[in-house]
Design a protein around this ligand. Structure first.
Ligand code: SRM
Ligand code: SF4
Length: 568
């Protein structure tokens, strides 16, 4: 589907063109207590500032109650202790008393009413955190492996992720003016229109842009699902230093039900380049996308569609022309797993970290488990660094040997074990937020997955398969925020209580799964999965994972329903 050159620009393109400072009327609306919400145009500008205007969908019957979601920019997911304590405090004062770890190693504050938005944003700034470009048609949170035990490369790759993050930040002064100085950008309409971002130009990108780093054999960032993936290759002379990166381009997961022109896609491997060329390559990929993406149809605007249509060879040449050098042939690499380490582990530097399972990424207190309180007390007492993982979990890092027992005890006192924190399928699960905050949700996700996992655990116990790890991910709609199309079992919301069921991802999340049933009610999940899991148990060679069995046996034998054949 080539973009039609005669088609009009999408509404968002016109908005960006008319105000490239991205300030809109945000400052004016913020300052006016009579206004309960931002205009629909300003909703689009808000996103570039890391803010979504939402409404609590549980309360819709009694009229729309506007709340904001604020997403931090925490590329690489590393949070110093003072910053974590500030985040926790801001969530208590201005949010819904929870902190939501995102699937891209960041935090979101939900339930922020308009009057609290200014203080929250200022508080984040005072904590040395920005939300600029956490959302919008720009480069988003850069993901990078954060577990300080999986490879000698982790800390240097984190530095590289920060370099790329900084090089690709937009330069508008509107953010500082509105949220820090507390006033609209003092420019005339003409002056606003004249602003041009040095990298993004006047219209920014056609759509969002996502980057992830990975260090084989661990694919904890699901690198193939990003617009730009960077797979580290260690320097043989110094294994703690990346010699360079294999370049992956054109991944992306979002799709729409019943629209075959939209689809998830995994990235192509385009070649290898040296570490010192990193920022040049990142800018080359970003500007190639900037200049060739579809600005008329936002459903067709992601980089993955350009590469799917024009080919990886064409895109490689674009990058080489922009970067000014040829990519080398890709170096061999292999991913065999994703996910996190839980419990206590030694870091490369001899200290310790504790991997903590966080159910659906939501840090909160419940009567049984006071995770939020426990973390606050631990970080305040021991000044531990917090690291967020791309699977919505958390690491307490840099712990001295003599602090371990006290931290274990503090967690235990708040109902959180450090051993056997959750069963095998829970530890490998993810869910997007969906209801009640996400305006695009078609079905429950974060609130439904724990109960659905209990049902699947029952089935696994019945089949004597309880020890098996199965990667299970759920989203409330087909946009793919918890990357369900890479899971061994993926649930994708279609309508309240109904999910498309996908099977066949693999342990290294290098393969897309396939839709197996197009619309499954919650009480049909176990009956639909039972024959599949029974066959897996009885027919697999020893050790074969469910996803591999499904790809090898179920896909060829049981032809799946197509989404287009289903109406809901
Ligand atoms: Fe997402 C939109 C939450 C990662 C694909 N995503 C949304 C919005 C903002 C809904 C909206 O536009 O109104 C959701 C806010 C819900 C809420 O109440 O918090 C939302 N996305 C999330 C997070 C919080 C999910 C999570 O479980 O953690 C993740 C935030 C990551 C971050 O820190 O930046 C999140 N979103 C993703 C991912 C996964 C990834 O990037 O690794 C994807 C699939 C990969 C991709 O981009 O292809 C993803 N989100 C989308 C899409 C579909 C985009 C597309 O072009 O296909 C939308 C809808 C849109 O942009 O129009 C969307
Ligand atoms: Fe919302 Fe859909 Fe993303 Fe879930 S997958 S957070 S329902 S946009």
């Amino acid at each position: 589907m080539t973009p039609n050159p005669a088609a009009p620009l999408s509404k968002n393109e016109v908005l960006k063109q008319n105000d490239p400072t991205l300030g809109g009327q945000l400052g004016e609306t913020l300052a006016d207590p009579a206004l309960a919400c931002f205009s629909s145009d300003d909703e689009q500008f808000l996103k570039f500032h890391g803010i979504y205007q939402q409404d609590d969908r549980d309360l819709r019957k009694s009229g729309k109650q506007y709340v904001m979601m604020v997403r931090a920019r925490i590329s690489g997911g590393i949070i110093p202790p003072e910053q974590y304590l500030a985040f926790d405090d801001l969530s208590e004062r201005y949010g819904n008393q929870s902190l939501r770890i995102t699937s891209r190693q960041s935090f979101q504050w939900h339930g922020v009413v308009k009057d609290n938005l200014g203080p929250l944003m200022k508080g984040l700034h005072d904590a040395l955190c920005t939300t600029l470009a956490a959302c919008g048609d720009v480069n988003r949170n850069v993901m990078a492996p954060a577990t300080p035990a999986t490879s000698a490369l982790v800390e240097r790759v984190q530095e590289d992720a920060r370099r790329v993050n900084d090089a690709l930040l937009p330069q508008t002064g509107a953010y500082h003016s509105i949220w820090i100085d507390g006033e609209p950008l003092k420019l005339t309409a003409e002056e606003k229109q004249a602003f041009t971002d040095p990298l993004y130009g006047k219209q920014y990108l056609p759509r969002k842009f996502k980057i992830a780093f990975a260090i084989p054999p661990l694919n904890d960032t699901d690198v193939y699902s990003n617009c730009l993936g960077l797979v580290a290759v260690a320097d043989p002379a110094d294994p703690a230093r990346p010699l360079g990166y294999n370049l992956l381009c054109g991944g992306g997961l979002g799709m729409s039900h019943n629209n075959p022109a939209t689809f998830p896609r995994i990235a192509d491997v385009l070649g290898f380049f040296r570490a010192e060329q990193l920022v040049d390559v990142a800018k080359a990929v970003l500007t190639a996308y900037r200049d060739s993406g579809d600005r008329t149809n936002r459903k067709h605007a992601r980089l993955k569609y350009i590469i799917a249509e024009r080919g990886a060879d064409w895109f490689r040449q674009e990058i080489e022309a922009r970067a000014g050098f040829k990519l080398e042939p890709a170096r061999p690499f292999h991913f065999d797993r994703q996910g996190d380490l839980f419990g206590w582990h030694r870091q490369m530097d001899g200290r310790w970290f504790l991997g903590l399972y966080v159910e659906t990424g939501r840090i909160k207190d419940t009567p049984d488990r006071q995770l939020k309180t426990a973390l606050r007390r631990i970080v305040a007492t021991f000044r531990t660094e917090v690291r967020l993982t791309p699977s919505q979990n958390l690491l307490l890092a840099g712990v001295a040997t003599d602090q371990k027992d006290a931290i274990t005890a503090e967690l235990g006192a708040h109902g959180i074990p450090v051993e056997n924190q959750a069963g095998a399928i829970r530890r490998a699960s993810m869910a997007c937020p969906s209801m009640p905050t996400c305006g695009l949700g078609l079905a429950e996700s974060e609130r439904a997955l724990p109960g659905i996992l209990t049902l699947i655990e029952g089935l696994l116990a019945e089949l004597n398969l309880s020890a098996e790890e199965i990667i299970i991910r759920m989203t409330g709609c087909p946009n793919g925020c918890a990357r369900p199309y890479l899971a061994e079992i993926g649930f994708v919301g279609r309508a309240p209580g109904k999910y498309s069921l996908y099977l066949g991802g693999n342990a290294g999340t290098t393969r897309l799964n396939q839709e197996y049933r197009a619309s499954v009610k919650v009480d049909e999940i176990v009956p639909v999965l039972r024959p599949v899991l029974t066959r897996w148990k009885n027919e697999r060679p020893p050790g074969e994972r469910l996803g591999d069995f499904c790809a090898r046996v179920i896909w060829p034998e049981e032809k799946v329903l197509t989404t287009t054949a289903v109406t809901n």
